[in-house]
Write a new protein. Structure first.
Length: 349
């Protein structure tokens, strides 16, 4: 493998208990409206476009909330088996005109809806793209269909696979780093392997290759995939990660204008390694279970912001009230355990 363009070194012997105020400027809350039509079962993906929050709920429906958390619309009305309805939403994209594309994989369709959920366009895609676990549009024409073993670059206009990149991932290991995958960050398209790998790749749009871009180096605590037995079941890998407390298992990697972040499991704790691009300073923090002020793996990293969709009963553990305005503290006081999740918005320094 080629060397990464940037290498970030971290010393896990000097990690400190999480202190959000060291790198978070402020925290705000968006409580999502709770009603029969807006109840959320499972957040598969979050997208924030023009101050609206788009949530893929359990691959069944899309919910759209405004900046205050009020429900704007739901795709539930077009979820079904009719000619203009979708059967399942494995992923979605918000287009520049505000329309929404739903990837209806079960019926080999990409369906475009307007704001009233009127279908505007339907594209077929070939069965050769399956199996697929995630779909990401990386340009107006090009999509990446991702599964456990490959990335398939598909041209919407040509209706053909442009390139397939094979991924070597031991069976069952993908679930250990399930939050990773293809992500748009700071004007680039990155790929973060779903196995516990230290490299964040940038996708070269011209050549459709993976370029090693950031290497998160933990020295002797780096985990090598070659040390791992292959073809084991999921429980084996989960136990392996928790039993090997001497190694750093990477879960996700993120990039903003000023920071690079790497979430790792080390010494049975969720840790985050941060590199400040402005000062060249590396920092490592760990979450202390059942204590307040933790930083969980966000659902979205965008525009120097981290967004985490939190269940109400867990909210007090992932915030620092000292970083919140009086208005947001008041919002928190009004949230009950039976309410919909809350979007916690962390603005990075």
């Amino acid at each position: 493998m080629r060397e990464a363009k940037y290498v970030r070194h971290f010393n896990l012997d000097k990690f400190a208990k999480m202190n959000l105020s060291d790198f978070i400027d402020s925290i705000s809350l968006v409580p999502l409206a709770t009603s029969d039509s807006s109840l959320i079962k499972k957040v598969v993906r979050l997208s924030v476009v023009h101050n609206r929050f788009y949530i893929n709920d359990n691959m069944v429906k899309l919910l759209v909330f405004d900046r205050d958390g009020k429900l704007v619309s739901s795709s539930e009305q077009v979820h079904g088996y009719g000619p203009e309805e979708y059967t399942g939403c494995i992923d979605f994209d918000v287009l520049p005109n505000g329309n929404i594309e739903i990837y209806d994989v079960l019926r080999y369709k990409i369906r475009e809806y307007d704001s009233t959920w009127t279908v505007k366009k339907v594209r077929d895609f070939p069965k050769a793209l399956l199996p697929v676990s995630n779909v990401s549009k990386i340009s107006g024409d090009l999509c990446v269909f991702e599964d456990d073993i490959s990335l398939k670059f598909y041209s919407l206009e040509r209706g053909e696979i442009q390139k397939t990149l094979s991924l070597v991932i031991p069976k069952g290991m993908s679930a250990v780093a399930s939050n990773a995958g293809v992500q748009k960050m700071v004007g680039n398209i990155y790929y973060s392997s779903r196995k516990p790998e230290n490299v964040l790749y940038r996708i070269n749009i011209e050549t459709l290759d993976l370029e090693p871009y950031y290497l998160f180096d933990f020295g002797e605590k780096n985990f090598e995939m070659s040390d791992l037995p292959i073809d084991q079941d999921l429980s084996f890998y989960q136990n392996y990660v928790m039993d090997r407390s001497d190694k750093a298992f990477v879960v996700d990697k993120l990039v903003t204008d000023n920071w690079q972040l790497c979430f790792v499991i080390y010494n049975r704790k969720m840790c985050v390694a941060l590199y400040d691009e402005r000062t060249g300073r590396p920092m490592v923090y760990y979450n202390q279970a059942r204590e307040k002020g933790q930083l969980m793996i966000p659902h979205l990293c965008q525009d120097n912001m981290l967004y985490y969709v939190c269940e109400p009963q867990q909210l007090e553990y992932v915030i620092d009230k000292g970083l919140m305005s009086s208005e947001d503290r008041e919002k928190m006081n009004k949230i009950s355990e039976d309410d919909n999740p809350v979007v916690v918005c962390y603005k990075l320094k």
